[in-house]
Ligand binder design. Structure first.
Ligand code: ADP
Ligand code: ADP
Length: 224
């Protein structure tokens, strides 16, 4: 489903203009939001994830008013924040099982099926009984995706997911993202151009809170 952002603006209390009248339509599939540090990417991602208020503007996901119908959009949303924390002493299985309960999956057998499926999809089944504190950066990011996928969200937002991953883990993570982007709207926020070039059919560049350019990735690369 398409996400339509219109005239979104946000100025922080310190006077920093993080989003300056951003209008952008994000089609289904993998979408790359590219920009340098401080561009306003996280502000935009948090606003779309209903975790932060903007000053003005509107966002629609299909017919759904994202900034207004917060409960509804949260049911449809998977969000993987930048630098998300994990409970170090809990195993991957236990943590996903716990989140599945919170998502309303009360049936034990069904929950096991869902959690095992997510562990397999993210290549973490073999380490499901290891504690999260011992996970590498790449394992942790894949765990974050498993967590974000609980409840089968139609809109997934991932903020700077490949920062700090080694090349092998990056490839693994890319494969996982292409896999989940097939029948969903996935927004990948990053400052790494090749993340977008490798994965995203469509993209936008923001800088200093302003939308610089948006369109088909191949087209934009060819134009440079
Ligand atoms: P990005 O994710 O692209 O690095 P951010 O959205 O984090 O960009 O930040 C955009 C701008 O807003 C930066 O100049 C940043 O310093 C500023 N900023 C971010 N969060 C806050 C905040 N809570 N209070 C004040 N300024 C902020
Ligand atoms: P011009 O207005 O001269 O065309 P732009 O600022 O629109 O210049 O940018 C030209 C190209 O530079 C863009 O198509 C994009 O590939 C790249 N670019 C612009 N801004 C950024 C940015 N913030 N981060 C990364 N690349 C950028």
């Amino acid at each position: 489903m398409e996400l339509r952002i219109k005239n979104l603006s946000k100025t922080y209390a310190n006077g920093v203009v993080a989003l300056d009248n951003v209008s952008l339509t994000i089609p289904a599939g993998m979408f790359g939001l590219l920009g340098p540090n401080g561009a306003g990417k996280s502000t935009l991602m948090r606003t779309l994830a209903t975790l932060q208020e903007c000053d003005s503007g509107s966002v629609f996901f299909g017919d759904l008013d994202v900034l207004d119908d917060k409960d509804e959009i949260r049911r449809l949303l998977g969000y993987l924040p930048q630098d998300f924390g994990v409970y170090p002493k809990v195993t991957a299985y236990e943590m996903l099982d716990h989140f599945a309960v919170l998502k309303g999956l009360s049936n034990r057998a069904r929950r096991r099926e869902v959690v095992d499926g997510l562990l397999q999809q993210t290549n973490l089944f073999d380490v499901r009984n290891q504690r999260l504190g011992g996970f590498s950066g790449g394992m942790r990011q894949r765990f974050g995706i498993a967590q974000a996928l609980l409840g089968d969200p139609k809109l997934i937002i991932v903020d700077e997911p490949t920062a700090g991953l080694d090349p092998q883990e990056r490839v693994r993570f890319h494969n996982l993202l292409s896999d989940i982007g097939e029948d969903r709207t996935v927004i990948l926020s990053t400052h790494i151009v090749s993340d977008v070039a490798d994965l995203c059919a469509n993209m936008a560049i923001i800088n200093k809170g302003k939308l610089m350019v948006a369109g088909a990735t191949q087209q934009l690369i060819d134009d440079v």
